[in-house]
Design a protein around this ligand. Structure first.
Ligand code: UDP
Length: 475
């Protein structure tokens, strides 16, 4: 029997995308078995067990394998990212065992790894299994990452000190170096070197699968496929097979889902702004108050997902935190004053269902790539408020290239946003103005193009998927 092995990190956005990728591969070749290998990092990246159980019982061709826990002392690392990077190095012997055992049971056509799991690359090459990357952000961001080692070599300074130096690739809007993911900002740290190393290793894979579609980022996709050479770097074939967004049966409705959807049912069409910062976005107490005041003063309806502010331990484990005490965190009397037009939910909302609801007309987002694709697929224009990872790069793309989002600007260099800015931007997004019409028109065009890429026989994402699967048989 033939199999493809996927090795995602067990963070919600990454795992869901990996399962969606698995389903897509099965549409192309239903006889394959997709083996998904998961580790148990010392930091919680999301509640994966119920999701894994649901997928296992619904799709027998997808099988999960859990690697044993490896001991690691989180206190000896500066951040959750550093822990995660080292975790994938330490767990490698177990990964080798599982891959060996799977290659005894199946003909392994390829291994598809997450960006974070690059230590697995040499295990696969030891066992002669071609390795592909699954890049869970967009093509423009991929191009930038591929170029990162060159940028690093060409300066002696830390990226954080280069806010006036722009990466100017001809196929995307210029991005300041200080917008690079936080792991890369301080030169020479283990985290920074790890990311640079990841970028170097991307080029050594058999191919890179990207969760985007050609017409979303045509210039970047063209640059990535132009003779497989970008800015003098040879790169492997790139397959843009997206947008992959959640299709898993969401019929199990928990109480939060019911609460959100029932509340949305009572609101007028496109009247609600949804405010949510991904699976790990945390705001300080002061920032939560400013955001609350801005929402209140905008007079628009809102559905807001509130999480506890970061604390020292939470910065190492951003997901494992208790539900917030809203009365302590939000401005005095806020919940009473906004009762008629706002719903605040604690920690988590069913984002895809919310965005797809007819009452939602705008999205204040941290610009995580899954959130961006989900918003486009639901035809909801955005306000970009990036917080971590590659989100600042995504924000530039959303505003300057795609023109589907407005910015949420900081009032200082430290990332704080004032209530006045929140009020102004929410109004700008939600007021029936030419600006709103043009944002909606752009999002709708992109949604239509996404559907065409996925559903037409010759849609670019379907063609890319067919080429990808074919490549496994021609290596
Ligand atoms: N999500 C959700 N409810 C929340 C927060 C996030 O359903 O309250 C989902 C969201 O729909 C998306 C994923 O979690 O699928 C977040 O992925 P993204 O790439 O946007 O951001 P990340 O969490 O990886 O930073």
């Amino acid at each position: 029997m033939e199999s493809v092995v996927l090795y995602p990190i067990p963070a919600r956005g990454h795992l869901i995308s990996a399962v969606e990728l698995a389903k897509l591969i099965l549409t192309q070749n239903p006889s394959l078995i997709i083996n998904i290998v998961l580790t148990n990092p010392p930091i919680k990246l999301g509640p994966t067990a119920p999701f894994v159980a649901a997928v296992s019982s619904a799709i027998p061709s997808i099988k999960f394998h859990h690697l044993p826990t490896v001991p690691i002392d989180p206190d000896s690392y500066p951040s959750h990212r550093a822990i995660l990077f080292d975790h994938y190095r330490l767990v490698n012997p177990h990964f080798r065992q599982v891959l060996r055992s799977l290659s005894g049971d199946f003909t392994l056509r390829c291994l598809v790894i997450d960006f974070f799991c690059f230590p697995a690359l040499h295990i696969a090459s030891e066992l002669n299994i071609p390795t592909y990357y699954f890049f869970t952000s967009g093509a423009s961001c991929l191009a930038l990452f591929l170029h990162l080692p060159t940028i690093y070599e060409n300066t002696t300074q830390s990226f954080k000190d280069l806010e006036n130096t722009f990466v100017d690739l001809s196929f995307m809007p210029p991005v300041p170096l200080s917008h690079m993911p936080e792991s890369t900002l301080v030169r020479g740290t283990p985290e920074c070197l790890h990311i640079i190393n990841c970028a170097v290793h991307l080029k050594k894979s058999a191919g890179i699968i990207v969760n985007t579609f050609e017409s979303l980022e045509p210039k970047a996709v063209k640059a990535l496929s132009n003779g497989n050479c970008i800015l003098d770097h040879r790169i492997p074939p790139v397959y843009c097979i997206g947008p992959l967004t959640i299709t898993t049966n969401q019929s199990t409705r928990d109480s939060t889902t019911m609460e959100c959807l029932t509340w949305l049912d009572m609101q007028p069409s496109r009247s609600v702004v949804f405010v949510c910062f991904g699976s790990m976005g945390l705001l300080s107490k002061q920032q939560l108050r400013e955001l609350g005041l801005g929402l209140e003063r905008s007079y628009y309806r809102f559905l807001w997902v509130v999480r506890n502010p970061p604390s020292d331990t939470q910065s190492k484990d951003p997901i494992a935190q208790p539900d917030p005490d809203l009365n302590l965190l939000l401005p005095d009397g806020f919940l009473d004053r906004t009762r008629d037009r706002g719903l605040v939910v604690k920690s988590w909302a069913p984002q895809v269902a919310v965005l797809s609801h007819d009452s939602v007309g705008g999205f204040v987002t941290h610009c995580g790539w899954n959130s961006v694709l989900e918003s486009i697929c639901a035809v909801v224009p955005m306000i970009g408020w990036p917080l971590y990872a590659e989100q600042k790069i995504n924000k530039v793309l959303l505003m300057k290239e795609l023109e589907v989002a407005l910015p949420m600007n900081e009032s200082d260099g430290g990332g704080s946003v004032s209530s006045a800015e929140v009020e102004k931007r929410v109004r700008e997004l939600m007021d029936e103005s030419e600006k709103r019409k043009s944002l909606r028109k752009r999002v709708m065009e992109k949604r239509d193009e996404a559907m065409a890429a996925l559903s037409h026989q010759n849609g670019s994402s379907r063609v890319a998927l067919a080429k990808l699967v074919e490549s496994w048989y021609n290596i």
